[in-house]
Design a protein around this ligand. Structure first.
Ligand code: MF3
Ligand code: CO
Ligand code: CO
Length: 298
């Protein structure tokens, strides 16, 4: 089927998919729609975004399946008494055993194969001797490279029995990812995603970390665009089929400010409050999206 014969999904008053910033009706509505090849060129030239073909998406989906199988291993082993380094070993060995490579290892000098972030650690926790204790929350962020393709996802787990604060921040962070994903369809913008996340987090009196963002992914670990977890409706890049990127809101129970420890990686909440995060690798489709690292968000 030709691109032009599809039923119109962009409404007259929507931002024009060409990225001009004008309304569709005042821009490309009356022009012939660009052919898919031109859309690919346009996104590359304008935003340095590499739209993915079906074969690329299938390869990222395979990497994503491996990431999700790795989570099955991790989940079964999260309990009081395990060290974060034992989680690292588990992730590393399972990844390598499956002919894949853990992307974090040596990435910009990161020394381990997975990020493990406990309680007030927002992200980029380095696995080590820390022992998980009853009541902790722990975010495990896994990125695998399979046949040259990357998939990236993370989840926050309870260790033993969670406190009320722990339950609250984990539930809010999970809902933030779900609401961000709900915005994924051609014609919506990156700003719509950020707005949905920020609006909900702040309505729950939680805060959104600004220093770290979602990102294009697939051919590399971090590609354009940056996906902010805050923002304004109808602003930013217009979503197009074939865009593959993560949404990975980091949500704090207290204030949004952070410190990075002397190891150069570990980001912690400045006020010591709990922080939680969930992440999936997502592809925009003709009529919505598909998660390439799917897990339940209820
Ligand atoms: N997985 C993280 C992300 O979601 C990036 C970790 S970079 C590392 O983008 F070097 F710390 F591994
Ligand atoms: Co990511
Ligand atoms: Co990640």
């Amino acid at each position: 089927m030709s691109h032009t014969s599809k039923k119109m999904k962009v409404r007259r008053n929507d931002p024009c998919p060409c990225g001009s910033g004008r309304k569709y009706k005042n821009c490309c509505l009356n022009k012939k729609e660009p052919e898919p090849e031109n859309i690919k060129d346009m996104y590359l030239k304008k935003y340095k975004i590499k739209l993915k073909e079906q074969a690329d998406i299938e390869a990222i989906r395979k990497a994503g399946r491996l990431v999700m199988e790795t989570f099955d291993q991790v989940r079964a082993n999260i309990k009081p008494g395990i060290t974060t380094d034992e989680i690292n070993t588990l992730v590393h060995d399972f990844t390598v055993k499956n002919q894949a490579t853990p992307a974090p290892l040596n990435y910009n000098g990161f020394p381990k194969s997975v990020c493990v972030s406990v309680n007030e650690v927002i992200c980029h926790g380095i696995p080590g001797e820390r022992v998980l204790e009853d009541g902790d929350i722990v975010n495990v962020d896994i990125t695998s490279i399979l046949n040259g393709y990357y998939a990236d996802a993370n989840q926050t787990y309870f260790v033993g029995t969670p406190s009320e604060d722990a339950q609250k921040i984990v539930n809010v962070a999970r809902e933030c990812l779900r609401l961000g994903m709900e915005q994924l369809k051609p014609g919506n913008t990156l700003g719509d995603i950020g707005w949905a996340i920020q609006h909900y987090a702040e309505s729950q009196h939680c805060s959104v970390v600004r220093e770290f963002v979602g990102h294009g992914v697939g051919f590399e670990f971090h590609e354009p665009p940056q996906v902010l977890h805050y923002g304004k409706k109808r602003q930013g890049v217009v979503l197009a089929p074939g865009m593959v990127f993560t949404i990975e809101p980091m949500i704090n129970l207290g204030k949004k400010e952070l410190n990075v420890l002397d190891d150069g990686w570990t980001a912690v909440t400045r006020d010591g409050s709990l922080s939680a995060q969930f992440e999936q690798t997502l592809v925009v489709t003709e009529d919505g999206f598909e998660s390439l690292t799917p897990f339940d968000l209820k």
